[in-house]
Design a protein around this ligand. Structure first.
Ligand SMILES: [Fe+2]
Ligand SMILES: [Fe+2]
Length: 274
């Protein structure tokens, strides 16, 4: 009997250590390559509010996080730690997309499992780079807010797709190119190259978000564009941050109409590094 995808998703999400989560993701990648999963749904998902985060890093308000000045080693480490935390949370977000929303077509589960595998790869690249500086993930506090949208949208796949890949991950497309430019300017090619890999993959994550958001809207007979803005209004109260990377967002499925409307709503908020 093939392994059940929801069981392995649960074993990842509700494990308390970083290692156990990475191991579950690696095991899933192996099974996916070798024989594939069953998506028989015979138990209800546990609540999103009980998904486990490891004891370290401590999760704090972003104003208590260290400064990320790329011209000092301490700042480089703080920067790498912050990005590693985003990728760590992204592993959880991708697995939660797989786990929580039952009854979707098989290709939906393949897509988000592939995303979880790529997020674990991104995390491992950044963790390796932290170790080059004799640092590790968990030794500094990290941003508390990144899981909040997952909890807010746990009851609604359409809202999750709008708010996580098409707002949070899409924001990565906007801010990562300037981070790469800053890393190039200070001569940190190793980190710049990792961010280039991440940026390439993240276009694909947002594109999957677009594809499945449109699918759910079509199933429900609602207009995807109107629905997207009504969800952004409802969950973010319109607090959209720009400027936008229109080229990469277009590649990830944003329409010109969406981009124009986002521009009109946005407040300018550049990447938080120096
Ligand atoms: Fe990622
Ligand atoms: Fe991603």
């Amino acid at each position: 009997m093939p392994a059940n995808l929801f069981e392995i998703a649960e074993s990842c999400l509700y494990a308390s250590s970083v290692e156990a989560k990475l191991e579950a993701t690696e095991q899933a990648a192996r099974i996916y390559r070798e024989k594939g999963f069953s998506v028989d749904d015979h138990s209800l998902p546990k609540p999103a509010s009980e998904v486990c985060f490891p004891e370290h890093p401590k999760l704090v308000d972003p104003k208590h996080l260290p400064r990320r000045k790329l011209t000092t080693a301490a700042g480089q480490i703080a920067f790498l730690h912050a990005i590693a935390h985003i990728e760590f949370t992204a592993i959880q977000l991708a697995w939660d997309m797989v786990y929580r929303f039952r009854g979707m077509p098989p290709a939906f589960y393949d897509d988000w499992l592939e995303v979880a595998i790529e997020e674990a790869f991104h995390f491992s690249l950044l963790r390796g780079r932290l170790r080059d500086f004799d640092a590790d993930y968990g030794q500094f506090p990290a941003h508390r807010g990144l899981w909040e949208l997952a909890e807010d949208t746990a009851h609604d796949v359409k809202a999750r797709l709008a708010l996580v890949p098409r707002v949070m991950e899409a924001r990565g497309l906007d801010v990562t190119p300037s981070m790469i430019a800053k890393l190039d300017a200070v001569g940190d090619d190793s980190t710049a190259n990792i961010l280039k890999i991440i940026l390439r993959d993240e276009v694909g994550h947002v594109a999957r978000g677009t594809r499945w958001f449109q699918y759910v809207c079509n199933e429900q007979g609602v207009d995807p564009m109107a629905e997207y803005f009504s969800l952004v209004e409802r969950y973010l109260r319109g607090a959209v941050r720009g400027p936008f990377n229109t080229e990469l967002r277009r590649a990830a499925g944003f329409t010109d109409f969406e981009l124009e409307r986002l521009e009109a709503m946005a407040t300018e908020s550049p990447a938080r590094i120096e």
